[in-house]
Write a protein that binds this ligand. Structure first.
Ligand code: GDP
Length: 297
């Protein structure tokens, strides 16, 4: 899989070059950090985050005060690993649904981000774990949204609710909730409208649906290939909905992946899954340490 391979390769090369130097001095460390920063910037990580990472590593690796004989290479490598992990870890875990205990999870994101696809993937993932998920289509903005959700849900044998006639997303969301609460669904997933861009109407609608359904978790779905726009987009959603987790989609394509780091920073929420294809099971749990380990090869 292509997931972040380029970024990982560049960082690994920078570390290897540093390791090959005969003596690790300020110059070698500086060059290494510059290489890593360049790789992060090229992968669309926000400039401020890259600068902070440099500062943090400098704080950990103080060459002058390191005792003679300490393995500087190892300390630098570990500091880079720790920093990458920190960038992806907001320090508080996301809400996780429990089997048999009713939860409501609301999905938000721009149109085309992969929101509807991801709702089904998320439902299917939990169904296979023994949950009784259900899907509510509260996207009344995009023509065809309900049909798409219906098709996906039918294929995966997941109960769904929506309407071709009703234009009020809040009404549909509330009706769907009532229906599936009666059916003892323990994971009610609400798909909301997207828009092509961040606009006031979208955020107002999100607020109303959230107020009416009181979700246990709001998941922000972001297209991993949107580049430097990631930070601002994620922040705009965070400001309007109480985003508690992020799912990055399309990491199988040309995504450079830095968006994941920016989305975490902007929402102060963890990435919980990534989308790695259009198919329902092309969906992976996101764990920071294994991910960074894999990234650095
Ligand atoms: P929405 O408008 O946000 O609901 O987006 P959709 O769920 O309709 O997805 C938009 C397009 O992206 C569709 O063609 C999906 O098949 C595709 N898509 C969604 N997630 C992924 C992914 O992880 N990888 C790839 N390659 N395509 C995806």
């Amino acid at each position: 899989k292509m997931v972040l391979a380029q970024l990982g390769g560049s960082i690994s090369r920078a570390l290897a070059q540093m390791s090959n130097a005969t003596v690790i001095d300020e110059k070698v460390l500086g060059e290494c950090l510059n290489e890593i920063s360049r790789a992060l910037l090229q992968s669309d990580v926000q400039f401020k985050m890259v600068r902070d990472m440099q500062t943090n590593i400098r704080k950990i690796v103080n060459l002058e005060t390191l005792a003679a004989g300490t393995n500087k290479r190892r300390i630098i490598q570990q500091a880079v690993f720790t920093e990458l992990c920190n960038m992806l870890d907001p320090g508080k875990p996301a809400f996780t649904p429990k089997k048999g205990k009713p939860s409501v999870v609301m999905f938000v994101g721009l149109q085309g981000s992969g929101k509807t696809t991801t709702c089904t993937k998320y439902a299917y993932y939990h169904q296979r774990k023994g949950f009784k998920p259900s899907l509510v289509c509260a996207d009344t903005f995009r023509a065809g949204a309900f049909d798409q959700l219906k098709q996906n849900a039918t294929k995966a044998k997941i109960p769904f609710y929506g309407s071709y006639m009703e234009s009020d997303p809040v009404k549909i969301a509330v009706e769907g909730l009532e229906r599936f609460r009666k059916d003892n669904s323990d994971l009610i997933i609400i798909d909301t409208s997207g828009r092509h861009k961040q606009e006031a109407a979208l955020f107002e609608e999100m607020r109303q649906v959230a107020e009416a359904t009181k979700p246990d978790l709001v998941i922000f779905v972001m297209d991993g290939s949107i580049g430097q726009a990631a930070f601002d987009q994620a922040q705009a959603f965070k400001q309007s909905a109480s985003v508690g987790a992020v799912i990055i989609t399309k990491l199988d394509g040309h995504a450079k992946g830095g968006g994941a780091l920016s989305a975490v920073a902007a929402t102060k929420s963890p990435v919980i899954f990534i989308g790695t294809g259009e198919h329902i099971d092309e969906f992976e749990i996101f764990d920071v340490k294994p991910f960074v380990s894999r990234l650095l090869g």
